[in-house]
Design a protein around this ligand. Structure first.
Ligand SMILES: [Zn+2]
Length: 432
């Protein structure tokens, strides 16, 4: 709490006032029963949840068919157009694509605030040309992105549809958003544009439905990602021997990075995930490069790791230069930023948005024992002091970011959209 800005405290106060208002009575009732194994469902939502269970096959069909529209990084347009078309078909005539490619459909409330954003991400990690056919194998669905995040997109469509069918009324608007750029290279550009431009200063709650399960991610893992390039003139491996070697320098740097010490708590990690450079076995390369990913729940720990990594890379440069004191050939290093995601902005489990999510999970009979930390679209609003969480869309998933990604709806798949529907209705202020 100590690191939260005064404006976020004000926002918390506003939310607390909303909780106290009569229109939010069902949420108050939910929050008043934290020890109950199964929190009560507001009566107005009982038929809504029943409908979601009956329509489960429709939800899964949406998940499969939207997933068969490719959405590589920076090329989400086709899937965005399809997602917009589906929202329009559900009654959201005003659905639109914003300047960076997010799909936005606003469902008005009785009043202008609170604004609750319910989002899922359109993009995948898979490059253009990937076979995105979804295969049914026993009770499982196999396909790139089937859980991450076609499940989230399907949950959004299911909630949008059932709220229209049952004319669910809320105090504040619910904004359904399919975001672009959630995965690595996108660097959260979609959500950043959404909360700093489209809805600047007027987001009261942000929910991202990302992947399967009914987990609750309430804290942001930050990441610093770089491409590190050692560069020199290069030359013949025999004839030009005796000059600094960019690949050897990269090797020295990687060896130093591999030995860095990081705290186990707050969890802090590093990884060299890609190496590159060189043209042939008998050439001193002109470049030796690698891609480095560093993450932490703590901004301070991440900054400390960043400094250690930079020092290690500088030391490797110095050692490779010093290895060939006679040489006049240059060796340099440059670090290009792939992405910086904000860490920290710790959100305690006692915050209303987290308590509402915990209560919603209990209400569908899927209590969540422990909230988690991750790197998701919620990082950006969290860093701005906006209450934000990432939740799962139900079912079970495995193998995210791999070509063998799997999703199993099982007997409880419908509980994901039910959980999301309860949560968003409570945050938006359910009216009967
Ligand atoms: Zn995801």
């Amino acid at each position: 709490m100590s690191r939260r800005s005064s404006s976020s405290l004000l926002r918390v106060a506003v939310f607390a006032a909303l909780l106290a208002a009569p229109l939010a009575a069902p949420l108050a009732a939910l929050l008043a029963a934290p020890l109950a194994a199964q929190a009560p469902v507001p009566p107005a939502l009982v038929p809504v949840l029943q409908q979601l269970e009956r329509d489960n096959a429709w939800t899964v069909e949406q998940q499969v068919s939207i997933c068969e529209v490719p959405a590589p990084p920076f090329k989400e347009q086709a899937r965005a157009a399809e997602f917009k078309r589906r929202l329009e078909a559900l009654g959201f005539a005003g659905a639109r694509v914003d300047a960076v490619g997010n799909v936005i459909a606003e469902r008005p409330g009785a009043v202008a605030r609170p604004v609750t954003i319910l989002s899922a991400h359109l993009d995948t990690v898979f490059p253009e040309g990937t076979d995105v056919t979804v295969r049914k194998v026993g009770g499982e669905l196999h396909g790139p992105g089937i859980g991450d995040d076609c499940r989230g997109l399907a949950a959004l469509l299911a909630v949008a549809r059932v709220f229209e069918q049952h004319k669910v009324r809320t105090a504040g608007p619910i904004v359904f958003v399919g975001t672009v750029g959630e995965e690595g290279p996108g660097n959260l550009r979609g959500v950043r544009h959404l909360v700093t431009k489209e809805y600047a200063g007027r987001v009261d709650h942000f929910i991202s439905v990302d992947g399967a399960g009914i987990g609750i991610t309430s804290r942001a893992v930050g990441s610093h990602r770089y491409t590190v390039r050692f560069k020199g003139p290069g030359g013949h491996s025999y004839g030009a021997f005796g000059m600094p070697n960019p690949i050897h320098a990269a090797g020295r740097a990687i060896a130093k990075l591999a030995d860095l010490k990081v705290p186990a708590s707050p969890r802090t990690t590093f990884n060299v995930g890609v190496v590159g450079g060189g043209t042939s076995v008998n050439s001193i390369a002109m470049e030796g490069s690698f891609e480095l990913d560093m993450r932490s729940e703590s901004a301070e720990a991440l900054q400390a790791l960043d400094q250690q990594a930079r020092a290690a890379i500088e030391a490797a440069l110095g050692e490779e230069r010093a290895r060939w004191p006679e040489s006049r050939k240059a060796l340099d290093v440059v670090m290009d930023t792939i992405g910086i995601r904000p860490a920290d902005a710790r959100q305690a489990d006692t915050m209303p948005i987290v308590r509402a999510a915990l209560a919603a999970a209990r209400a569908v009979g899927k209590p969540v024992a422990r909230t988690s930390a991750s790197s998701t679209d919620a990082n950006v609003p969290l860093a701005l002091g906006i209450p934000a969480i990432t939740v799962g869309g139900g079912g079970t998933g495995s193998g995210a970011h791999g070509s063998e990604e799997r999703y199993e709806d099982g007997p409880d798949g419908h509980k994901g959209p039910q959980f999301v529907a309860l949560l968003v209705a409570q945050l938006a202020g359910l009216r009967r």
